[in-house]
Design a binder for this molecule. Sequence first.
Ligand code: GLV
Length: 323
Amino acid sequence: MPGPIYLSRLLTDRAMAHLEAAGRSAGRTVRVGREAPPSREELAAGLAGADAAVLTLTERVDADLLAAAGPQLRVVANVAVGFDNIDLAAARAAGVVVTNTPGVLDRASADHTFALILAVTRRIAEGDRLIRGREPWVWGPRMLVGLDVSAGATLGILGYGRIGSAVARRALAFDMRVLATSRRATPGTTADGVTFVDTETLLAESDVVSVHTPLTPQTRHLIDAAALAAMKPGAYLINTARGGVVDEEALVAALRDGHLRGAALDVFEGEPAVNPALLDAPGLVLTPHTASAGEATRDAMGILAVDNVAAVLAGNPPLTPVG
Ligand code: GLV
């Protein structure tokens, strides 16, 4: 009897149905966790004896956990494009294939990024709070005035990958000037309406800086106090990538002293804990890591993870391996 497929957390209904069908056609049982993240003990118990696992970004996978899972484990499919929750070297050493879900969440993540850009520059959350505060208000020429992104503002995209380039397309449709950093493009060149620059130029010239790099040892605190100081006075910072890319204490200081006019974060350094200093910082819009939370997108992410598991269990190459 082949070992089960373990799913750590409930996926969307369509993805759950896809997993059940994949389990049936492979003649395997599916061991399903709850909607909430498993504790480390629950995760170890879920993985024990499993041939394959579908996990989410809330599950930390390291050498100890892989050892507890057992030598039969063949594939861990992360339901996320990011995979900083998985120790790839440990997985490689254990002979476990790791996959992610690139491509299927680009548009949703770019939409959310752009929603945050508009929310912070046009002070949407502030306006919502003002009305809910039940204070009297009246239209005024100086009321809640913010940055017109479509009046010649510059967007700087740090990390011109799939999601960064989808954000660029939205920004160009809003008549923004778009700068980007990319490991694959030479600074000074232009493609698809985007001008590639070095990080220094991007920080100095952008009215809005949006972070789209993965979290790696090299990008941890890429946006630190020095990078924030190098940004244009009155600029905005958006982070929908990973919390660790931004030094939150430095960001709070830059918002408090008025060097930045605003920021929007979808991801946090201590996620799901949110640094209380962020809650009192001026001009900050927060969302709870929901950039990819579109219905069709979440279906597609779950389905791609399941298809990766099915491919590996059938002896085929994974569709979207990492590492
Ligand atoms: C979400 O943050 C993802 O990496 O897919």
